[in-house]
Design a protein around this ligand. Structure first.
Ligand code: ZN
Length: 310
């Protein structure tokens, strides 16, 4: 992906490990994120409470008696894996620009079972779906593409010179800041390329008054409350007139081939969510790290400014 971490560079793995030498250090990090100004009871908002001696990383409210763990609301809550394992896995997943497989994660973390590594990764991937995501605005490049997928047992990148293999259609959008710089993206699998399907995508993913730039596909014509701008110039190719959505599609293909050795229909939505997460936060290591651990859920959604600033 382009221009990663221009604002917020991640520490080296060595530095990261030194910053989090044990589970207590990880718990302290969670505590500082959760209660930057000291303990606040989530039940009654009282600021009076104490840390329990008998229960790790847990506060008890002096007024209502409610006990709250520093891991409550994060993806680490009630898992048996050490907090440090979660932290290191999250660091690796965040910093690998093309993602990481469960097998690679298992090897890097030195954890015994593939199952644990898979579970960890699965939870982190789930955290990549942002429930608070807002709609794109301003100029938005929109285009469709299709991806050859492989079924179980199919060789990688299958399809060439073979009987025709099914393709999965998707639609994508890139928001342009100041009309030029790519900001946030959206990607969705679609059932067809019809007018109704594409309009529905535009309506759900852009705000009223947006300018929808397309390659001239008439299926986008007359989209409600938005301006349709067909980007067609004689002698110019589509990827010159809409460079960013083409960049997104080609990066997405590389991403799928690199980590997953090709798309599988069953996981398409998950690939798209992961790719979108990585793209939208590509310049912000700390935001990505916290969001994956689920710390964002505790301290509130990431402000739009943070996501799109560069
Ligand atoms: Zn309370």
């Amino acid at each position: 992906m382009t221009a990663r971490w221009t604002k917020d560079r991640p520490p080296s793995l060595q530095k990261f490990m030194a910053a989090f030498p044990d589970d207590d250090a990880c718990a302290s990090y969670l505590e500082r994120k959760r209660w930057p100004d000291g303990f606040v009871c989530p039940a009654c908002m009282s600021v009076r409470g104490w840390k329990l001696e008998s229960k790790r990383w847990t506060y008890e409210c002096r007024d209502c008696g409610r006990q709250t763990s520093v891991t409550a609301g994060t993806i680490m809550h009630r898992t048996r894996l050490p907090l440090r394992t979660w932290f290191i896995a999250t660091h690796l997943v965040t910093t690998h620009s093309n993602g990481i497989s469960a097998l690679q994660l298992q090897a890097k973390l030195g954890i015994g079972s593939y199952g644990s590594a898979w579970f960890l990764l699965h939870r982190l991937r789930k955290a990549m779906v942002d429930p608070e995501r807002s709609t794109l605005e301003g100029i938005v490049e929109i285009d469709e593409s299709s991806f050859v997928y492989r079924t179980k047992g199919e060789p990688e990148g299958g399809g060439q010179g073979r009987s025709p293999i099914a393709k999965m259609p998707i639609v994508g959008a890139v928001e342009l800041r100041e009309g030029r710089y790519p900001a946030r993206i959206r990607l969705e699998p679609i059932k067809d390329f019809r007018h109704g399907t594409l309009h529905s995508f535009v309506m759900r993913n852009t705000v009223k008054g947006s300018s929808i730039w397309t390659d001239g596909n008439s299926a986008y014509a007359y989209v409600r409350d938005r301006e349709h701008v067909p980007r067609v110039v004689k002698g110019k190719k589509a990827h010159e007139l809409m460079p960013w959505i083409h960049r997104v599609f080609s990066n997405l293909k590389r991403f799928a081939m690199g980590v997953y050795h090709g798309f599988r229909r069953k996981y398409l939505q998950a690939y798209l969510d992961e790719f979108t997460f990585r793209w939208n936060r590509r310049r912000h290591y700390r935001v990505s790290f916290d969001a994956l651990l689920g710390i964002g859920m505790v301290v509130g959604p990431v402000p739009l400014k943070v996501l799109t600033a560069s």
